[in-house]
Write a protein that binds this ligand. Structure first.
Ligand SMILES: [Zn+2]
Length: 208
């Protein structure tokens, strides 16, 4: 297999990329100057050694000095954030979108998926054990006061929220921590990935 075909196959493994788009990327690279390709190779080289998953929020990130024994991302590894707030999101892109609004200064937890309605083993789909452990620890350390659900307004999102709330109530005890939800958008619902600052801020301010 030549490099062009090999690259096409590799690009097709990216989320949402089909054969046509993969080919388009390859042709783009063939046309590009070598400087661009060098930058790309360098960035990939760096990612190869520094792609890590945060032990607290489960976000994947690249960090040059990630050889430390404890692996924390830049958001979890700072005291300047409000440790009493924990926002539960589905995926990294949602976290990035919220960060971009600049309206939230608490911490995060990434579930890594959503629970489909009528599933018998939801614990195998999302990081529920990790989340309850985190909440447990944070309550024991007297740092956590509120868990904010920021999940999509869909059947999947609602099923996930209900399942987590039930589990938290059983395992942690509801009186120890407040559970809140972002206020729902007007008609189309709130898609975090595409949310703008004003909409997000209003949904956060009106959470209940
Ligand atoms: Zn983190």
């Amino acid at each position: 297999m030549n490099a062009t075909d090999r690259l096409t196959e590799l690009f097709m493994r990216f989320p949402g990329i089909g054969p046509k788009q993969a080919k388009r990327f390859v042709y783009f690279l063939l046309r590009e100057h070598s400087h661009f390709k060098e930058q790309l190779i360098k960035a990939l080289e760096e990612l190869k050694f520094t792609g890590k998953q945060c032990e607290k929020c489960y976000r994947f990130f690249g960090d040059k000095n990630a050889q430390k024994a404890k692996v924390l991302c830049s958001i979890c590894d700072t005291n300047s954030r409000d440790q009493s707030l924990l926002m539960v999101v589905e995926k990294e892109l949602d976290l990035d979108a919220v960060e971009k609004t600049g309206s939230y200064n608490g911490l995060y937890f990434i579930l890594g998926g959503l629970v489909p309605p009528l599933t018998d083993k939801p614990s195998e789909i999302i990081r529920i054990r990790e989340l309850t452990n985190r909440i447990h620890n944070d309550i024991d350390n007297k740092v956590l006061s509120e868990v904010i659900f920021a999940l999509p307004v869909t059947d999947y999102g609602d099923t996930t929220t209900e399942y987590i709330e039930k589990t938290i109530k059983q395992i942690v005890g509801i009186e120890k921590v407040k559970l809140s939800h972002l206020a729902r958008g007007l008609s189309s619902g709130l898609e975090l990935e595409y949310v703008d600052r004003a909409t997000f801020k209003s949904a956060l301010d009106r959470r209940d």
